[in-house]
Design a protein around this ligand. Sequence first.
Ligand code: ARG
Ligand code: ZN
Length: 881
Amino acid sequence: MRTETGTVIRLEDYRPSDYLIDTTDLAFTLEPEATTVRAKLSVRRRAGVAPDTPLVLDGDELTLAGLKVNGETPAENGYTASPDRLVIGDVPADETFTVEIETRLNPSANKQLMGLYRSNGTYCTQCEAEGFRRITYFLDRPDVLSVYTVRIEARTEDAPLLLSNGNRTESGRLENGWHYAVWHDPFPKPSYLFALVAGNLGVVRDTFTTMSGREVALEIYVEHGKEPRAAYAMDALKRSMKWDEETFGREYDLDIFMIVAVSDFNMGAMENKGLNIFNDKYVLADERTATDADYANIEAIIAHEYFHNWTGNRITCRDWFQLCLKEGLTVFRDHEFSADMRSRTVKRIAEVKLLKAHQFPEDAGPLAHPVRPRRYSEINNFYTATVYEKGSEVVRMIRTILGEDGFRKGLDLYFERHDGEAATIEQFIKAFEDATGADLAQFALWYDQPGTPNLTVSSHHDAGPKRFTMTIEQRLTPPIEGAPHAPMHIPVKFGLVSAGSGDMEWTAVSGAEVTGDVIHLREPKHTVVFEGINERPVASLLRGFSAPVTLFPEAEDADLAFLARNDPDEYGRWQALSTLVTRQMKQAAARSADERGEVFDEETCAIFMDIAADDSYEHAYRALCLTMPGENDIAREIGNDIDPDTIHAVHRAASRQLGRFGERIFARLFHGLEPAGSYSPDAASAGRRALRNIALSYLCHGSQDTALAAKAFAQADNMTDRAHALTLLVHLSPRTDETIDALKAFQDEFRNEPIVMDKWFTIQATAPGAETLETVKALTGQTGFSWDNPNRVRALIGAFSAGNPTGFNRPDGEGYQFLCQAIGRLDGANPQVAARLMTAMRSWKNLEPGRREMARKAMEGLSARPRLSRDVRDILDRTLA
Ligand code: ARG
Ligand code: ZN
């Protein structure tokens, strides 16, 4: 474990590597506990670098078993080797030379799941960000691109399957029951994209013919017997390949594309060239085991990793500070793909909800950082919502500013200019500027300034001159001391909605640049004047969430209610309703307990019900409108001095109020939307289930009775309905026989299905109330719980700490103590997952004083431990600072 701290890597210190590695030949002899790796590197000194410059290779927990330079063993004093570094001081004078390195690994003991490890008997690798250095000494940095040839040898019985990047060029038998395969990847790539898989897996095959007529073999590898559950992933892959050709002109480039599903994986998935490796929960699905949300995630993540082939692999990042160059752009691409596959508005609303739930709190707390960070001590801690999701929003804003055509031109130029290179954000922006003539200098601040800008708006209408004046101010409060906060270029999509409905036209506008339906804010304050406006409009601002900002609308409740009913923009209607509802819940939280029964006013209840009953809307849209903001959303709006128990009480009261108010409509929806025909995971069917299930929730809340949920659980013929019903039972009537029986039935059926059992753990971990901590502790001791499996740890401990506000934030601080102890325990084995769990504490400073003190104590206790990993130390230090 790397426990050293204090080394901070800074963007401004970037220097190109002194040496490059043109080709990398690897030979693996796979043994579960003693694998040998022989690497032969052809090294080239970069032009202008002094010939006596030492070659410094990265390592991590490595032992050197052999070394040759230009075929000769170097003298003892010609090099130094330590677990984390190999320095060859005595380098040949020639510009190019070879280095041969032998290392030995124990893949079975690798519980960090970085480098080469074994998951369920399958050898696999994870090299991003710095895992390759756990395999061999290397220039493990993304700007060193090399052509790889990989030979794998293994016992045929253990590993009939031998995979690596690129194309298979050779394979055959060896003596004593061994065999081998050789893979060659013609595309130069950085080491973080290297992959190897070896094991005994089942396969699903298909083909895809690219737009230029080449046939590509598609293979998805899963545990034997699970092949049918890979069908949806395969379909999503083919749709992704087609979509990328049609939308961005991007064609796949190798003869084969493989995906392997493994059950122990730190993140979601990895885009290794030609050989994506996935957390199996993002591959495997059928109606019995996966929910509609699982299907949507699989579609998005399959697309995401595939899209990386161009945005990430063909053009990679110069250094890890540029991570958003590939991640933000690729998230944007997968968002657009899902929007095209499903309903665009519904998809956008879901994205905005996630952004606000995960990225906004990150950007407002001690872990805030710019989309392109300027320093890090552990890069794995920067695979964040800010880099990914805000990074995607920044790309979306570029499209909003340049328009569809300009955006495509800029992206085409970026691909043309930088194919085969390791690029920077500056080069990305320059491509858009050069392709369109736009000036994006101010816009580029989005990459460097942390925090969520606030927009405050006020307006008035002058009937005489028929003039509508809107004053918009932007303010960015630096979330971390000393962060830059200059005014930004913020594109605000808008409409001026008239009382008779529909957007009004204006004859002239001044005070800000307005192009089409976008106001471009650039100054701290704009007074935007619209001429030719006869009557007072209601401004609908930030349509489609055109910028990741917090909007403080002056709008009275009546104006929001008007927009919720009348905004011609569907997204705008949802946004207005959501603002109105959040506001009234927040107000209820400020009232005393006995005055909070009626959370919403009549009109708000009526809007809910009118949407619920309006069959002209898509089911999924109605379901989203009917979903109240979560307890964490309300907490975020309140901002500080948070008491999670009060918020929970308000949430429950609000659900009950709506459940009673809309009982007839919810009953009609629940009974009227009964499953018709066999299950299909398509978006329309999923929307129907979502609406029916939310109706069921309100019926249970309104009647304070879960009999209907128990019935729904028994009758469910798919996991979406089943998991929803079980959640209602466990969260609303945890102690009844019906609930206990349902949990038991679920466990009996899915005992041997880890990714399904994860749901069972999560549903129990998120049951509101202080007692849940006892349940969670008991579950950690249950057979089936494993500290080594990241999915299981996240399903239980992650879900409890991030998704159970009342349980985790118990006033006695025991929830915090539990989390910190769990992190301490995990840290020895898997620092990355431990550090990720720690982020549940990121908003601790917003708690009421009692809990804040408890949270601090728990973290200080953890911090006092002598041997924390760099990963956890980094998050802990920043969180406590
Ligand atoms: N590049 C991967 C993706 O976004 C994420 C891998 C991150 N892994 C890590 N250990 N930090 O698709
Ligand atoms: Zn990615």
